[in-house]
Design a protein around this ligand. Structure first.
Ligand code: ATP
Length: 361
């Protein structure tokens, strides 16, 4: 298996820059997610790693070798797409064995490899069935089987579960992660689904408009978003932003908002102008003693919790509270925030002021 190093990778299509200057390293055996909204450049990045798209500039190293100008067939990678293209006239066994037969492997070894893979994927029973009658999940397993049977240096997956319904998708994402843990294969996985990225990934790159916004573990990205874009893109509901204007000294850990002292993560630098206090809904609580007030607009019952939408003098705010708490629409309540989780952002640059910006280039 292999480490993948991406250095200052850029892709232009005519006047349009799809990927600006991406740099990141995928560790050997890592399950690595490229996450972002539609059009942010994640598929283009993956296609450049695969060798299906030539970079405008930059370097791609797989297992220590510079491959950015090398054709896809000579990179020893396997690509799994959303639309798992199987050969409809062949049965499952033939579909999985096809890459090995194309390599000229002898029949005994092919049969053994196909059996091993079928066992890993739990599809021994359907090896002799035609692929045309299979369910979506089984078809996806066969496509995975065809990808893993060659034991390539790494796997590149582009929304491989995108065509499945929500329930089955959840199931398959668990299966895929388990499969990865058993095989330990370096995997780069593209998705626009933050839940999928958080559940499955060891580390995540969050992209926006061709630029890497942040790079880190799911927990780092959730708890310490480097930008307002990441804070808004990750989390459901996303992070709240309470907007205000102020001049603040570097290093402060408390600020006064509407007469209430609010603890914040240490401010890394002095700040002035339009700022946003970022707080996740689960870090908001009701507190009679607090001078910081909000008026309840709506409540949304979710079983064990409820999402309460309030209006404050700094904008709307969502709180996630236990479902059993009695909340009345229209009531005015005092609010407090879990101090160690409250971040501050510069609204002009969109960057967090509460932590050092992460090195991505
Ligand atoms: P999606 O999930 O919608 O595919 P994405 O993040 O994977 O989104 P890309 O497919 O990488 O995005 O596309 C990034 C941008 O580059 C988009 O604006 C897209 O229209 C553009 N683009 C991609 N391929 C080409 C191409 N061959 N020619 C011109 N523009 C392209």
């Amino acid at each position: 298996m292999a480490e993948i190093i991406i250095r200052k990778l850029r892709k232009e299509f005519g006047d349009f820059t799809a990927v600006e200057s991406s740099s990141f390293t995928v560790a050997d055996g890592e399950f690595f997610m490229l996450l972002g909204p539609s059009g942010c450049g994640k598929t283009t990045t993956l296609r450049m790693i695969a060798g299906l798209e030539l970079p405008t500039s930059g370097e791609i190293l797989i297992d220590g070798e510079e491959v950015s100008r090398r054709p896809a067939s000579r990179r020893d990678i396997a690509f799994v797409f959303q639309m798992f293209a199987l050969y409809p006239h062949m049965n499952v066994r033939k579909n999985i064995s096809y890459p090995l037969i194309s390599q000229g492997m002898n029949r005994t070894d092919v049969n053994q490899k196909v059996l091993e893979v079928a066992k890993i994927l739990g599809i021994e029973e359907i090896l002799d069935r035609p692929v045309s009658g299979l369910s979506g999940g089984d078809r996806q397993r066969v496509a995975l089987g065809r990808a893993i049977v060659r034991q390539p240096k790494c796997f590149l997956m582009d929304e491989p579960l995108g065509a499945l319904d929500a329930e089955f998708r959840e199931h398959m994402s668990g299966e895929l992660r388990e499969l990865h843990d058993r095989m330990g294969a370096t995997t780069v996985y593209v998705t626009h689904d933050q839940r999928e990225a958080m559940q499955m990934g060891d580390r995540i790159v969050v992209m926006n408009q061709g630029v890497i916004e942040q790079f880190g573990t799911p927990q780092e990205i959730y708890e310490y978003p480097a930008t307002m874009f990441v804070a808004d893109f990750i989390g459901f509901p996303p992070m709240n932003f309470l907007l205000f204007s102020a001049k603040l000294e570097a290093g402060i850990t408390r600020l006064n908002l509407e007469g209430q002292e609010i603890g914040i993560r240490p401010l890394g630098q002095a700040a002035e102008g339009s700022l946003a206090l970022g707080v996740r809904p689960e870090n908001v609580s009701f507190n009679d003693q607090s001078a910081y007030k909000g008026q309840v607009e709506t409540t949304e019952y979710l079983g064990t919790t409820q999402i309460v939408t309030l209006l404050t003098s700094n904008g709307p705010l969502k709180a996630r509270l236990p479902a059993k708490d009695k909340v009345r629409e229209g009531e005015i309540v005092g609010l407090s925030f879990r101090e160690e989780a409250v971040a501050l952002f510069d609204c002009d640059t969109g960057r967090s002021l509460s932590m050092p910006s992460l090195e991505t280039t």
